[in-house]
Design a protein around this ligand. Structure first.
Ligand code: SF4
Length: 433
């Protein structure tokens, strides 16, 4: 039988808006859990006094140096006794989710049961900012028990502290037609091979990998990953003419012009008379069935995904797929927000060798970061401090003109040595062809 609930006028207020409130969920759990009753008591106190009352500490499981977020209450009476004793220890277990966050409903039920059976509060957040399954609310004495149970089910702890962090990949090829590589395999390859750096924090600061199957970037990797792997293609947008025509029939010319043609950021899409449609190899053509044709000049397409998203199934990523790799994204750093910087404009990611290459690159970047970053400095800040050229040299990557995000605007750049770089790049291009 659960303890009597405290009055929570401030928290009650949060339930009155139009959206579901976490307070309702906590109250539901509180019907059967004293820990949640006391948690609500402490939370209400925080809302009243505008102070947080959690402090950290050291809690772990055998063999691991991270993965548990300790929380101890600081809300004590004059004798040092916690005011809300049942929630005095409210630790979180960070559990790595399956790549692409695919679960069966049976597994989700098992997880809920396991969490309650091992002394957990019942509160699970799917998923935290870093992608983890957050098992929130367990006493120190039950932490090992809860971990062992989840470990038996095939789960492992995620990262916390100055370590390689839990990775995320988008839902991916299993359920998305835009996917350009095997995201789950890429995630598992890189994370499994570097798992020691996750479980034994020894880096200057956190390091995150994220994997998005296409430039829609559903896991926000460009902003939120130290190394972002984003699917792309280098040939033409594929056209399923029948589906483009279905879209056209349903939406008409006005929508096609306003929502597709005029929204292309590089004006790569045009409408022409079908019999005048260009036959160039780099143009994708979809006849609309009314004498007009939609043409995409793929040389000017920047893979923004807009037209593909508006006509899903009608316009699709090309067949020559691969990935772009960016480094140093994070919002917000001490130096401001940073998007990732392209360090590999395009690489194939299909064969065992390709995955090996991706893994080697990830390892090289982690090693460079471990040796060169200052304490509490993310990769983006490190690159800003030491300069992109030094970073590229350090990880053994040649400069590529495709890394430029926009043409230079500063006329005082020295250009000595550029001709040699151009010659080297041409040579590399020829040997890759
Ligand atoms: Fe234009 Fe390419 Fe974006 Fe389509 S994906 S809107 S063609 S830039």
């Amino acid at each position: 039988m659960a303890k009597k609930m405290y009055d929570t006028p401030n928290l009650d207020e949060l339930e009155t808006g139009p959206w579901p409130s976490f307070v309702t969920g906590l109250k539901r759990l509180a019907k059967e859990s004293d820990m949640m009753v006391d948690l609500l008591g402490q939370l209400e106190t925080s809302y009243r006094t505008k102070f947080g009352y959690w402090k950290g500490g050291t809690v772990g499981v055998v063999g691991y140096g991270g993965g548990i977020i300790p929380r101890f209450t600081e809300l004590k009476d004059e004798n040092g006794t916690p005011v809300f004793p049942e929630a005095a220890e409210f630790h979180t277990l960070r559990i790595m989710p399956p790549a692409g966050m695919h679960y069966s409903s049976d597994l989700l039920r098992q997880m809920c049961d396991a969490w309650l059976e091992t002394g957990g509060s019942g509160l699970i957040a799917l998923h935290g900012q870093s992608g983890d399954i957050m098992l929130q609310g367990v006493k120190t004495e039950n932490v090992q028990k809860a971990f062992d149970k989840f470990n038996e089910m095939g789960f492992d702890l995620g990262g916390a502290g100055p370590a390689l962090r839990t990775s995320m990949s988008c839902v991916g090829a299993a359920r998305c037609e835009m996917s350009c590589f095997d995201e789950a395999r890429a995630l598992r390859t890189v994370i499994n091979n570097n798992i020691d750096d996750m479980h034994r924090p020894s880096l200057p600061y956190k390091f995150k990998f994220k994997f998005s199957g296409c430039p829609n970037d559903c896991v926000n990797s460009i902003q939120r990953a130290d190394m972002a792997v984003i699917g792309t293609w280098r040939d033409n947008i594929r056209v399923n003419e029948a589906q483009v025509q279905d879209y056209y029939k349903a939406h008409g010319m006005t929508d096609l012009v306003n929502d597709v043609v005029s929204k292309c950021p590089t004006k790569a899409i045009t409408l022409v008379a079908a019999d005048k449609a260009p036959t160039d190899a780099h143009v994708s053509v979809a006849k609309l069935g009314d004498g007009n044709a939609l043409c995409i000049d793929n040389k000017n397409c920047v893979r923004c995904m807009h037209c593909l998203n508006v006509i899903p199934g009608g316009l699709l990523p090309g067949s020559d797929k691969g990935v772009t790799i960016l480094v140093g994204g994070k919002r917000t750093l001490k130096i401001g927000d940073l998007m990732g910087t392209v360090i590999v404009p395009f690489m194939k990611l299909e064969s065992d060798d390709d995955f090996e290459k991706l893994n080697d690159l990830g390892r090289t970047i982690i090693d460079f970061f471990a040796e060169n970053a200052l304490e509490h400095e993310r990769t983006g800040e490190m690159i800003e401090r030491i300069g992109l050229m030094n970073f590229l040299e350090g990880i053994g990557i040649e400069v590529d003109p495709n890394m430029i995000s926009h043409p230079r605007t500063n006329p005082y750049i020295r250009t000595d040595g550029w001709d040699e770089e151009v010659a080297k790049w041409n040579e590399r291009k020829q040997s890759a062809a």
